[in-house]
Design a protein around this ligand. Structure first.
Ligand code: NDP
Length: 263
């Protein structure tokens, strides 16, 4: 019997247990996926061992902390500095990041994008910034405070805080902040965000299953919008396959996992 968990704080909103348990049931596997709230980030890996897990997903706000506690890192996760998937192999915990490819798959329906503005500078922003740049999309970062911008500046991204932001026009605006997750806040001052949206074509909010204030404003400005459901689905498919040694067909996992989004 294999045991998996989602780690985060808060974690009650996460539908990862439903997604993974759906595939476990459909594929007739001896496994179970639970949720665990990690209040003290220092205890993350200790909790992994105490629960005798075979794998875990990591969500807000522990992706950077998780990276520091892994025994080994996949090279892409190491480059991003953020981990969302932990896999136990021969008593070693390996850290991966499936958010980045999951996000990129989710925006393919938008078509051609030249440049993007990312709001926020956490683990999810790192993943998205790197995957956009790898796909030749010019990236600008804008975060509420300066302290998390260092990673982006060191890696050659144009990155601003609210105080020194120099606005330009962007095809795509992405909300990677947790503003709107469990409150009704916008990730940026309303007038500034509305002005940025007037010149944009697409808006993406990584928050899922919720019409956030960010997406409401984007719709009022006639942007083509997407919430984080497809990103969640695709990061989940890739994580599931890592949990099971890449033994399954991705399209089959997708067919099964997708049912959760249709309920
Ligand atoms: P982090 O905690 O690492 O980063 C959060 C970021 O949000 C920080 O940059 C922080 O700014 C900013 N922020 C928080 N509150 C506000 C606010 N009120 N106004 C403006 N900025 C704010 O989080 P993650 O990167 O791990 O996750 C971010 C979001 O992405 C979460 O909502 C998570 O659920 C979602 N997510 C969705 C996925 C999906 O598959 N759809 C996958 C991964 C994540 P500061 O530095 O100033 O504190």
């Amino acid at each position: 019997m294999k045991l998996f968990s989602i780690f985060g704080n808060p974690v009650s909103h996460s539908i990862s247990p439903k997604m993974h348990n759906q595939v476990i049931r459909d594929f007739n596997l001896k496994a179970c996926y639970i949720r665990t709230c990690i209040q003290d980030p220092k205890t993350l890996m200790q909790t992994f061992h105490q629960l005798k897990l075979d794998g875990a997903n990591v969500t807000v706000p522990h992706k950077e902390v998780a990276l520091a506690q892994c025994d080994k890192l996949d090279s892409f996760a190491q480059m991003l500095g953020a981990v969302n998937t932990l896999v136990k192999k021969n008593n070693t915990i390996i850290g991966y990041n499936t958010d980045a490819p999951g996000f990129y798959k989710a925006i393919t329906s938008f078509g051609k994008i030249k440049n993007a503005l990312i709001l926020g500078a956490g683990g999810t922003a790192r993943a998205i910034a790197m995957v956009l740049r790898e796909n030749n999309i010019q990236v600008t970062l804008l975060n509420r405070s300066a302290k998390r911008l260092e990673f982006f500046i060191v890696n050659g991204f144009e990155a601003y805080d609210w105080q020194n932001f120099q606005a330009s026009s962007y095809d795509l605006i992405i909300n990677t902040t947790s503003a709107g997750l469990s409150d009704e806040k916008l990730p940026l001052e309303q007038n500034l965000l509305a002005n940025l949206m007037k010149n944009a074509h697409f808006a993406f909010d990584v928050i899922y299953n919720k019409q956030t204030p960010f997406l409401k404003l984007a719709q009022q400005n006639a942007l083509t919008c997407k919430d984080g459901s497809d990103m969640l689905l695709h990061q989940g498919i890739l994580a599931f396959n890592l949990f099971f040694d890449n033994r399954f067909n991705l399209a089959e996992i997708e067919r099964s996992m997708q049912k959760v989004f249709l309920l």
